[in-house]
Write a protein that binds this ligand. Structure first.
Ligand code: G3H
Ligand code: 13P
Ligand code: ZN
Length: 313
């Protein structure tokens, strides 16, 4: 099958009580690792590109890498190509016009009415072109595309706004803020890592059947943090979202779980360990292969133990 939208994926995920992994892609090794893992486990998957990824790799490379993955996996699994955190109508339009099957318009930092206006405009254009749209209500803390939102200024999604927002924008899925955040430092050391599943439950009650998205959902595996630190890294106090809480969210209305930081940790742990153990190596294929293996193992673990999307392709 060619690249697909997320419509069918989300319908099945909602009814089946699982979620689809949305993994950020920045280079060939990451695309290969994610799609090989998804294929082995017969799982649908979303590959997403941020503005930072498009700046680093160029949109054309990313699109062709993802199309190559569709070919290399023999069309065995549904793969969607998604724009992560589209800042305005123009960037969404550019992706819609260039083969993306899904876009996010992130108007979450704008005033409410402005967020509605831009999300509606993107939804209209996307739907006219067979593309689906994710919008965001509420703001996450953390670092995304060089914008650093302090934990104090982050705001949970207001359940009383969600019906009005979805009805007036016509978007296909909604990203909400319930205490997840971008990056590898999600909670202060010593505090109890905790997301607001009670707010999620309130939102689900108001929007029955509607797909919800969780950003900032890396769990920051301490095994990778330990490896990175053992081989010269300095990641003190990196803490992620507890996986049991992500599993609960996936069983509920959360149909898309965004993961980027964990891929970075897995890749970096593999490369650092390789270079530390083989100081004479200088062929990038040797150390990148170890990074890629780590990413693949991580994605397999997410599909089986967090998302529940194994054998749902
Ligand atoms: O939401 C943020 C993602 O982790 C993308 O990060 O903008 O550094 O590519 P990036
Ligand atoms: P993490 O930083 O938790 O991986 O979140 C990624 C994300 O939300 C991409 O949109
Ligand atoms: Zn995000």
């Amino acid at each position: 099958m060619p690249l697909v939208t997320t419509t069918e994926m989300f319908k099945k995920a909602y009814n089946g009580g699982y979620a689809i992994g949305a993994f950020n892609v920045n280079n060939m090794e990451i695309v290969q690792a994610i799609t090989e893992a998804a294929r082995e486990l017969h799982s649908p998957v979303i590959l997403q590109a941020s503005a930072g990824a498009r700046k680093y790799a160029q949109a054309a490379y990313l699109r062709h890498l993802v199309e190559a993955a569709v070919e290399a996996t023999d069309n065995e699994i549904p793969i969607a190509l998604h724009l992560d955190h589209g800042a305005d109508f123009e960037v969404c339009k550019d992706c819609i016009d260039n083969g993306f099957t899904s876009v996010m318009i992130d108007g979450s930092s704008r005033p409410y009415e402005e967020n509605i206006e831009v999300s509606r405009k993107v939804a209209d254009y996307a739907h006219d072109n067979g593309v689906v749209v994710e919008a965001e209500l509420g703001t996450l803390a953390g670092v995304e595309d060089d914008v650093n939102v302090a934990a104090e200024t982050a705001q949970y999604t207001d359940p009383d706004q969600v019906v009005d927002f979805v009805n007036r924008t016509g978007v296909d899925s909604l990203a909400i803020a319930i205490g997840t955040s971008h990056g590898a430092y999600k909670f202060k050391p010593g505090t109890q890592p905790h997301i607001r599943l009670d707010i999620l439950a309130e939102i689900v009650e108001k929007l029955p059947g509607f797909p919800i998205v969780l950003h900032g959902s890396s769990s920051v595996p301490q095994s990778h943090v330990k490896t990175i630190n053992e081989y010269g890294g300095a990641l003190q106090g990196a803490i992620g979202i507890p996986e049991d809480q992500l599993r609960d969210a996936a069983r509920s209305a959360v149909c898309k779980i965004n993961i980027d930081s964990d891929l970075r940790l897995a890749m970096t742990a593999g490369v650092r360990e390789h270079l530390a153990k083989h100081p004479s190596h200088f062929d990038p294929r040797q150390y990148l292969a170890d990074g890629r293996n780590n990413v693949k193992a991580l994605v397999r673990d997410k599909i089986i133990n967090v998302l529940g999307s194994e054998n749902k392709a």
